[in-house]
Ligand binder design. Sequence first.
Ligand SMILES: [Zn+2]
Length: 161
Amino acid sequence: MLYFGSFKDIDTTKYYKVVLAVRHLQHPVKGDNVIHAPVLAPSAYLVAKIRKEKEAGTFDYPMWRAVFVAEYMSELIASVNAQKTLINLYKAGCEKDILVCCYCPDDTVCHRSVIQGLMQGRGRKQNNDVVVSDKDYSYFYDDFRRLVDYKIKQHQIRPNS
Ligand SMILES: [Zn+2]
């Protein structure tokens, strides 16, 4: 099963693997089963952009939802490595307990809710509920599919890329 949380939820004895979905590690995290997956994090460019909005006091949920989610999804779509990692994450979650985490205390304005939604949507499609959570972010999966379809139509990406 897949679990999502912040760094305070890290318990390397409880999970088969702990995936750190952050661009840069502020401190090393000990454990043989800890995996750093910067490919699942927003780009340095996007992280800096969010930080700037936060510093200006203009960052809030509507802005995050309207601006940053689409940009983050576009980055995932553009990265073959990210796509592969997402598929592998889903497959691994079907067999073992995996925790995906990042630094943000609040997941509602954090990219991990997008990853969770992608997993929930994929699971729903395959009748396989792999995510353990009381929150349903599967609408991100629908948004993601829509964005992929749009990019195909605009010839920005090729089908099945
Ligand atoms: Zn985060």
